[in-house]
Design a protein around this ligand. Structure first.
Ligand SMILES: Cc1ncc(COP(=O)(O)O)c(C=O)c1O
Length: 408
């Protein structure tokens, strides 16, 4: 008789693991009602919740300045514009990320150039980054995939050598730290998404951080229709700007969510560290070798690796199907397929004066990782108790013990 749930056997996990997301209580209710009753619904200026959130979150991430937007994609657009990206400029982007890391460039009529990732972290490879720089390169977007910080030492070294502005895409990495400094405050600019699924959930929203005063005014202008922060000067500038202003409701929710962030990060980290220790003992499952410079690892997705040969040569996707049938929710990660393989990029054949055919782009590591190696679990799964980790282990061990049932 079949043992594996995929073949009709009994499931290991029969309840949902972790917590429902987003988490909220009367703090959020009170915060929303306070804004409603105040009559101040617009988020600008001194004394606003928006300004309070900008100050609190930038300090939390070790940055001097924060400017909010209404999405993470808009935060990236503002950051790139402030860094001086103009139509026709090339910007280097990791092949493996959510597509917004690259589509933000199309809004500026700039050209994404995809760069391969480092297999030890699934983040932009500093070596590949340096090799991809040309005289048309204007900036680079560095994603902290899943929340695991990219090698910012090596990346900032390349940046200094080539005078290349670095925009950190921190959509997955609220609270993550590289050598004691939080992400978003290491590159020239850092953009965060604050949409409902993210580990700091505001419904929709974004924020850009920077330590550089010269970017602050520009960021504000791109976010608020070309206006000046202090609004004493009523003139507008920067013709192609629009309205990306965050409303007070969102900031009120975010301030309440921020009070729980540390506890949630610590709980997830405790749980995935426990899980990783035990997964190491299972042939064919390989957690990341944690770089000692990653001093805090806040996850949106916890990425780990599958080795087909060591797992009795069962293809990765078959493993995912089998383990999902046991009730353990494991996928390939927030990044999905390499961005240039998205239909949008497969159909763009020219950008400005230099033809680009994305059907001819290949980043071998990103393709291999996406097709055969990446495994990933959502942050939600790690918000429960240790017993949830034991159930995930039991599900994976069960599949490992019955690989004979997965051959057909
Ligand atoms: C890596 C990355 N960058 C940017 C974004 C865009 O953020 P938003 O959905 O808030 O526009 C996302 C959203 O999931 C993301 O995962």
């Amino acid at each position: 008789m079949a043992k594996l749930a995929i073949n009709g056997g009994e499931k290991v996990i029969t309840r949902s693991l972790g917590r429902e997301w987003p988490i909220w209580d009367e703090c959020e209710e009170r915060a929303l009602l306070d804004v409603l009753h105040s009559g101040r619904w617009w988020g600008g200026g001194e004394g606003s919740k928006v300004r309070q959130f900008e100050d609190t979150f930038s300090a939390y991430q070790n940055a001097k300045y924060g400017i909010t937007t209404t999405s993470g994609t808009q935060a990236l657009i503002c950051a790139l514009a402030a860094a001086g990206v103009e139509p026709g400029d090339e910007v280097l982007v990791p092949a493996l990320s959510f597509f917004a890391s690259a589509t933000c460039l199309l809004f500026l009529n700039a050209v994404p150039i995809f760069v391969d990732v480092d297999p030890s972290s699934y983040n932009l490879s500093a070596e590949a980054l340096e090799a991809a720089i040309t005289d048309r390169t204007r900036a680079a977007v560095v994603v902290h995939n899943g929340g695991y910080p990219a090698d910012m030492d090596a990346i900032m070294e390349v940046s200094r050598k080539h005078d290349l502005p670095i925009i950190e895409d921190c959509a997955h990495a609220h609270g993550s730290e590289w050598k004691g400094t939080r992400v978003g405050a290491i590159g020239h600019l850092g953009a965060f998404s604050l949409m409902a699924g993210k580990t700091l959930a505001g419904g929709e929203g974004g924020i850009i951080l920077t330590n550089h005063a010269q970017f602050r005014e520009k960021l504000y202008a791109y976010m608020d229709m070309g206006r000046w922060i202090e609004r004493t000067d009523k003139s507008v500038r920067l013709g192609t700007t629009t309205n990306f202003r965050m409303p007070e409701w969102t900031a009120a929710i975010l301030l309440a969510q921020l009070t729980r962030l540390d506890e949630q990060i610590e709980r997830r980290e405790r749980n995935f560290t426990y899980l990783a220790e035990r997964l190491k003992e299972i042939d064919g499952i390989e957690p990341f070798e944690r770089d000692s410079r990653v001093t805090r690892w806040s996850i949106y997705y916890w990425n780990f690796k599958y080795q087909q040969k060591a797992f009795d040569d069962i293809p990765r996707n078959k493993f995912i199907e089998a383990v999902n049938a046991e009730g353990a929710s494991i996928g390939v990660g927030a990044h999905g397929q390499p961005i240039y393989q998205q239909p949008l990029f497969q159909s763009i054949h020219a950008s400005h004066d230099k033809p680009i055919d994305y059907t001819q782009v290949h980043c071998p590591e990103a393709e291999r990782i996406y097709q055969t190696e990446a495994l990933s679990m959502s942050q939600r799964c790690f918000l429960g108790e240790r017993v949830d980790m034991d159930l995930i282990l039991e599900a994976i061990r069960k599949v490992r013990g019955h690989t004979d049932e997965l051959r057909n």
